[in-house]
Design a protein around this ligand. Structure first.
Ligand SMILES: [Zn+2]
Length: 111
């Protein structure tokens, strides 16, 4: 089955500009928290897809330690409590360091 039934997917304003947060539990599993609910309610990951990939890392000439490949994975999120649904992407092809403040202040959001 196609991710998001083949429809476009992009995170809404509810998850951009640092509004989607998360944390690990007692182990190394990472969880996102609902940006709508006030009590750090955990979101469920309904689906994922490989949004983009590159056989060579796009910043290979600009970093000391080079990732073997470039990748971007998209996730579909759901809050079981308030039924908030959205998307988030995790990638190694965006910011390669710096601070969250620098990333948030950069026009267009990507380096
Ligand atoms: Zn919620």
């Amino acid at each position: 089955m196609e991710f998001n039934d083949g429809r476009p997917y992009h995170g809404s304003e509810a998850v951009t500009d640092g509004k989607l947060t998360g944390a690990t539990d007692q182990t190394d599993y990472f969880y996102f928290m609902c940006p709508k609910c006030p009590d750090k309610r955990l979101l469920r990951l309904l689906d994922h897809t490989l949004h983009a990939s590159s056989r060579e890392h796009p910043y290979k000439d600009h970093v000391d330690v080079v990732a073997k490949i470039g990748f971007t994975i998209a996730f579909k999120l759901l809050c079981d409590h308030c039924l908030f649904t959205d998307f988030v992407k995790i990638s190694n092809m965006g910011w390669q360091g710096g601070t969250l403040e620098q990333a948030l202040s950069f026009p267009g959001g990507k380096p």
